[in-house]
Design a binder for this molecule. Sequence first.
Ligand SMILES: Cc1cc2nc3c(=O)[nH]c(=O)nc-3n(C[C@H](O)[C@H](O)[C@H](O)COP(=O)(O)OP(=O)(O)OC[C@H]3O[C@@H](n4cnc5c(N)ncnc54)[C@H](O)[C@@H]3O)c2cc1C
Ligand SMILES: *[C@@H]1O[C@H](CO)[C@@H](O)[C@H](O)[C@H]1NC(C)=O
Ligand SMILES: *[C@@H]1O[C@H](CO)[C@@H](O)[C@H](O)[C@H]1NC(C)=O
Ligand SMILES: *[C@@H]1O[C@H](CO)[C@@H](O)[C@H](O)[C@H]1NC(C)=O
Ligand SMILES: *[C@@H]1O[C@H](CO)[C@@H](O)[C@H](O)[C@H]1NC(C)=O
Ligand SMILES: *[C@@H]1O[C@H](CO)[C@@H](O)[C@H](O)[C@H]1NC(C)=O
Ligand code: FES
Length: 557
Amino acid sequence: SHSCCSKPQFFFAVEVKVELTLLDKEKEVDLMSPNGKASPFSECRPNGSLGHCSDEDTMTLRPQRKHRDYIEASVCHVKDLENGQMREVDLGAGRALLIKEHGEFFAMGHKCPHYGAPLVKGVLSKGHVRCPWHGACFNITTGDIEDFPGLDSLPTFQVTHALQTQRRSKAMSKCSAVINSSTGFSHILIIGSGPAGLVCAETLRQEGFTDRIVMCTMDKHLPYDRPKLSKVCTQNKTLKILTNPKPMKSSFYLYRPKPLSYKGKDVGNVFHLRTPEDANSIATLASSKNAVIVGTSFIGMEVAAALTDKAHSVSVIGIEAVPFRKALGEKVGKALMKLFESNRVKFYMLNEVWEMRGHNGQLKEVVLKSGKVLRADVCVIGIGSSPATAFLKQSGVHMDSKGFIPVNKTMQTNIDGVFAGGDVVTFPLALRSNKKVNIPHWQMAHVHGRVAALSMMGKASDIKTVPYFWTAMFGKSIRYAGYGDGFDDVVIQGDLDELKFVAFYTNEEVVAVASMNYDPIVSRVAEVFGSGKTIRKHVPWFKHVNTKVTGQTSFQH
Ligand SMILES: Cc1cc2nc3c(=O)[nH]c(=O)nc-3n(C[C@H](O)[C@H](O)[C@H](O)COP(=O)(O)OP(=O)(O)OC[C@H]3O[C@@H](n4cnc5c(N)ncnc54)[C@H](O)[C@@H]3O)c2cc1C
Ligand SMILES: *[C@@H]1O[C@H](CO)[C@@H](O)[C@H](O)[C@H]1NC(C)=O
Ligand SMILES: *[C@@H]1O[C@H](CO)[C@@H](O)[C@H](O)[C@H]1NC(C)=O
Ligand SMILES: *[C@@H]1O[C@H](CO)[C@@H](O)[C@H](O)[C@H]1NC(C)=O
Ligand SMILES: *[C@@H]1O[C@H](CO)[C@@H](O)[C@H](O)[C@H]1NC(C)=O
Ligand SMILES: *[C@@H]1O[C@H](CO)[C@@H](O)[C@H](O)[C@H]1NC(C)=O
Ligand code: FES
């Protein structure tokens, strides 16, 4: 598995040959590997592999070099591939992504280990490939994950040996600390088991940390794929866990929903969607009944979309005139509003909740400030979150007036040895001249976890990342990259009515981009942002970015 670091070579005369080892066990795994349509909680690995305090090595996908079974395939002519091109090649027993850059060939796994996107539809640029769906980046030499989301890396293929699984957990050290039950000493305490905490723990083990790691959390579950909760809302689906069920300086990763003020606080069946239990209750209660959603940003709208084929009615209450306005702007918001309306979602905009009325403690009606009364059996409040950091007040850790914890580029708080990451922090964003920003994205929390772990190990590295976000509704995805706060104009290319568009958010320059049915434009623009270049507003886009559409998406990713 460590053969990844030497340069792959597979020139044979004029043909490129890729030869790989395929173990019987791995063949099975490959057949079962998620293709993006697996379980709704499918960001799990075939076997979780946190290198925690355990005697057994849980990384079952390592090639055991016993029964080698080589497969050699001529996949294409050397001249078939231009520099900067990628091709998915069929090796009979599996596929690989073949890449040519600067006259050299590279080969690695063809499916993104996050949700299984075909990487050949992503963007190749300067030694890495960026996934078309949610922006994860993989080094073409090592297969290592360099920007997130997702936990695993890619296998690389070489002439004489390679492993054909579609994901590769990096090697991890084991805990060798003597656990002394009388002192109970722990070396690293991680508070919170969201993606920031999880990636922090994994990175520590990947980097050779062998002392104890203790993770403490208010979650009932082991780390899971939270973004799926609002997009799938599936009843009684089993939840797959991202790690193995074993216990594992400090970090904090804490957030809670913002409070909404209204009359009738004691009425039941009103939810802030946060846990799998919430998602299940919402889906069950909404089944053939009336659902009311408060809030027209991502979580509220995702839930509204997910409930349309279950509920009798879905009503959405928003304080603004159009949904998604703050993040995506008026024009895109309007187009999406039409999409929701054509899927029988009813909007009550420029309105607010006045009262929740119940019968025997169960919700029956939502009364709006306008006086309108909506029948309701379940209500979901999605109006954003704020940091749940009040418990740190006496700790000496600095917080700003909103409760966010400022960190520097190594994810350190004001106190030595205390790190923080994820939704609760403001951190210096290189892309915006190190302005301190809060970016509550799944991907960003992964990045923070990694940077914090590297800093804890004394391997400080800057936060090199492009913020990347996605949302999904009615089988369509919106992808978003950059940091759009404070945009003052939106330039649209494509067709909003057809929901096939790219939107550039600008002030002096392009600060963010969003798209629907226009892959891989967002990953392409993310590459431009990541390279440190700016896209000036008045220069035609094609000078910077090739906006050609290479693929459509047909499933919610
Ligand atoms: C329904 C939903 C859908 C989302 N969809 C998307 C999406 O599509 N794309 C996207 O980019 N982002 C999405 N997000 C946002 C994304 O989930 C967050 O940005 C991400 O989870 C933040 O990770 P984190 O590690 O900071 O902490 P969180 O995931 O918020 O986890 C916080 C952890 O801290 C624990 N905790 C809290 N208080 C304490 C305490 N006092 N003591 C101990 N432990 C504590 C909690 O139990 C939890 O384990 C979604 C969020 C939700 C709720
Ligand atoms: C992971 O692998 C180990 C060792 O093969 C096995 O004992 C364990 O049950 C597996 N865990 C899961 C969650 O599949
Ligand atoms: C990929 O990994 C190699 C080897 O570690 C490294 O030299 C190179 O800089 C990495 N490429 C990128 C784009 O980070
Ligand atoms: C555990 O800690 C106690 C108290 O410091 C010490 O006396 C004991 O020897 C330790 N045990 C081990 C196994 O290290
Ligand atoms: C889901 O599970 C709950 C509790 O186990 C059960 O009451 C309910 O009927 C189930 N719903 C469906 C649709 O299977
Ligand atoms: C980050 O903050 C910590 C704690 O204040 C400090 O020790 C460290 O030098 C800082 N690092 C950088 C790069 O600013
Ligand atoms: S599928 Fe590649 S980043 Fe999500």
